[in-house]
Write a protein that binds this ligand. Structure first.
Ligand SMILES: *[C@@H]1O[C@H](CO)[C@@H](O)[C@H](O)[C@H]1NC(C)=O
Ligand SMILES: *[C@@H]1O[C@H](CO)[C@@H](O)[C@H](O)[C@H]1NC(C)=O
Length: 292
């Protein structure tokens, strides 16, 4: 009996399933026709144009142009995010690899010294004690036998379109717990520092480590906020950029007309947990030779 009903059931079910399938197929066919007709009705020409252009673009996307004698034969992609226009600040995720960062730290570790300050007229080492408490060292790309700083320097030059010859040596810094750099300008105001033969135009910071807590690069005057108030130079406020291993931060200290951008004031918040390593490249407005 059981087998009989089963067989009977199958006989009845199979044609039903077949009919259902046909119905669904037809319904689907009809619906898709409706949908595409609708889409075509909305913007028929545009759609076709977009498709053709899209195809052509993606094909062309990585096809390099004929280049000049000082140009390059391939197309580069360096992702970035505009963090601010006042100051002009850009963030570059994944600018260097963790291995590259480690190679830079390993070299710097061997020659760390307490960081120094450029003194304003009337200031002394003693009077500015506590402003900048990190340790650091200068390493030029040519001194780095691993080639990592050479790679990073080339990439910075491309990202900024400021030639390598305009840059100072890398300043590799380590901030331990409690260490910081009070807000300051990278550019030297002649009114405070005396006449300058060249000026710092831009700064590129490559974060060589993550920091568990604190250690942000901060711009307290971002969008001109706090600028006319009595800003306390030790306070950590405004736009804060959290250091992340391998990421880069670029900002300009000079406006396009060459005057110092007041909003480029920045500092390093105290590290409260962990350790911060950063490689800084200061880029001048003229070719820079440290031995002149
Ligand atoms: C930026 O600053 C200007 C004036 O300094 C102000 O009018 C504007 O609202 C600010 N923008 C934001 C997003 O806070
Ligand atoms: C430079 O540009 C800034 C911003 O536009 C302006 O406030 C300043 O007066 C300019 N300085 C000179 C010397 O042109």
């Amino acid at each position: 009996m059981k087998t009989k009903t089963k067989r009977l059931g199958r006989k009845l079910v199979l044609p039903e399933v077949f009919v259902l399938c046909c119905l669904f197929f037809l319904a689907g066919f009809y619906a898709s026709g409706l949908l595409s007709r609708e889409a075509v009705n909305v913007r028929p020409k545009l759609r076709r144009l977009e498709m053709v252009e899209g195809e052509a673009e993606s094909e062309k996307e990585h096809r390099p142009m004929a280049h000049g004698v000082t140009g390059e034969s391939s197309i580069d992609s360096i992702p970035f995010q505009v963090l601010s226009w006042k100051p002009r600040a850009l963030y570059f995720p994944g600018f260097a690899t963790p291995d590259q960062c480690k190679a830079i730290i390993d070299q710097a570790k061997l020659q760390l010294k307490p960081s120094s300050l450029a003194l304003r007229e009337g200031e002394t080492v003693e009077s500015t004690k506590g402003t900048r408490t990190s340790s650091g060292t200068f390493i030029s790309a040519s001194e780095d036998k691993t080639g990592v700083l050479d790679f990073v320097e080339r990439k910075i030059a491309k990202a900024t379109m400021l030639p390598r010859s305009y840059g100072e040596s890398f300043n590799i810094l380590r901030y331990e717990i409690g260490q910081k750099y009070d807000s300051h300008y990278d550019a030297f105001n002649p009114a405070e520092y005396g006449p300058q033969s060249s000026q710092r135009l831009a700064s590129f910071l490559l974060y060589l480590s993550d920091v568990e807590e604190g250690g942000e690069t901060m711009f307290p005057f971002e969008n001109e906020s706090n600028i006319y108030s009595n800003y306390e130079f030790k306070r950590c406020m405004g736009l804060k950029v959290k250091p992340k291993l391998g990421d880069g931060l670029l900002f300009y200290s000079l406006l396009p007309n060459g005057t110092i951008d007041q909003t480029s004031l920045h500092g390093s918040c105290p590290v409260t947990k962990g350790e911060k390593w950063v490689a800084t490249k200061w880029i001048r407005d003229q070719e820079y030779n440290e031995f002149l």
